[in-house]
Design a binder for this molecule. Structure first.
Ligand code: PAF
Length: 321
């Protein structure tokens, strides 16, 4: 099994992509923050089916974290990641040491030094939102914001998140220049926001959303699952159980109202030991909250809940007749 070519500089990554394009090959791309699981690997496999060659990126993007989040302890396993990517058919991996010009343009005061120590990169830790680096007049100051879709759901408790994601994903699109990029629907709002960004900014890349991959007990795969205690790992399967039960009830007409659906899922997650961040019933395309009758609607039920200090998200989407 040949290991993928690893590129650390933007120039080398872009040169690889342009060489493939000159050969007439299409390029699939899977952006990740590493610590890969079967969900990521399903994206790589889907990309291999649709495109001639597949590249991935591994980069823990500081600008989508705030200083009270887990940037400094985000799990890493680079050797193992490269092996899994190779097995899945990925031939090139972009692993930049940083993607931002240095300087604390994010403002605020906080745990940058701790994050820097844990992550081993003072430059990037300074880009954590709320980090206390001195502002540098040469620092990165250009941000991509999808205005309405980036509100509500995860943005309520992570207001900085989508600006960081959109900015880094557009940087990655500019560097890798893929024909198609693959995202997991576990991060449903992220997928919709990136899809809208690519459309609105005429990016020449097809944004593809792929189904959630789950562990045997139903837990949606996430790199953060590694941070759960053994006890919480058992408890948190209540999220998918609650979502599936509510979806099945809605589909067979036993649950007909958005508020009742919301309350049912929230109660089940809380009873299972989760600290609910949000449970929302929304239109699956516009992400606007749904009220009243579910009939005839494309429904998204999205959950974020803490188990210990680990915040998990999950969702189901379905059409009600
Ligand atoms: O979903 C993720 O892992 C990240 O948000 C992404 C898309 C790689 C951007 O950093």
């Amino acid at each position: 099994m040949a290991m993928p070519q690893v590129f650390h500089s933007k120039e080398d990554m872009r040169a690889w992509s342009r060489a493939r394009r000159r050969e007439g090959q299409t390029i699939g791309f899977v952006p990740t923050m590493g610590y890969l699981h079967d969900g990521h690997i399903s994206l790589v496999k889907a990309a291999c089916e649709r495109c001639d060659v597949v590249a991935a990126s591994i980069y823990i993007n500081p600008t989508q974290f705030s200083n009270n989040e887990d940037f400094g302890v985000y799990p890493r396993s680079e050797e193992e990641d490269l092996r899994k990517l190779a097995e899945a058919g990925c031939v090139a991996v972009f692993m930049p040491p940083t993607l931002y010009h240095p300087g604390g343009s994010s403002g605020g005061g906080g745990a940058a030094a701790a994050a820097a120590g844990a992550a081993g990169s003072g430059v990037d830790a300074g880009m954590v939102v709320g980090a206390s680096e001195e502002a540098d007049l040469e620092a990165h100051e250009t941000w991509v914001t999808v205005e309405r879709l980036s509100q509500g759901l995860c943005a309520k408790s992570r207001p900085h998140f989508f600006r960081g994601v959109c900015t880094v994903v557009s940087k990655l699109f500019h560097i890798v220049e893929p024909d198609a990029a693959f995202f997991g629907c576990k991060d449903y709002q992220q997928w919709r926001v990136i899809e809208r960004m690519a459309r609105d900014l005429d990016m020449a890349v097809e944004v593809v959303g792929m189904p959630i991959v789950r562990e045997a007990g139903g837990l949606a795969m996430s790199s953060r699952n590694a941070l759960l205690t053994a006890e919480d790992r058992k408890r948190c399967t209540c999220i998918s159980r609650a979502l599936f039960a509510a979806r099945d009830d809605a589909l067979r007409g036993a649950l007909t109202d958005a508020a009742a659906l919301q309350a049912r899922v929230a109660a089940a997650v809380a009873a299972g030991g989760g600290r609910v961040d949000y449970v929302e019933v929304a239109d699956a395309r516009t992400l606007r909250p749904l009220g009243g009758a579910l009939s005839g609607r494309s429904v998204l039920v999205a959950v974020a809940a803490f188990f210990g200090s680990v915040r998990l998200i999950d969702n189901v989407d379905f059409e009600v007749a």
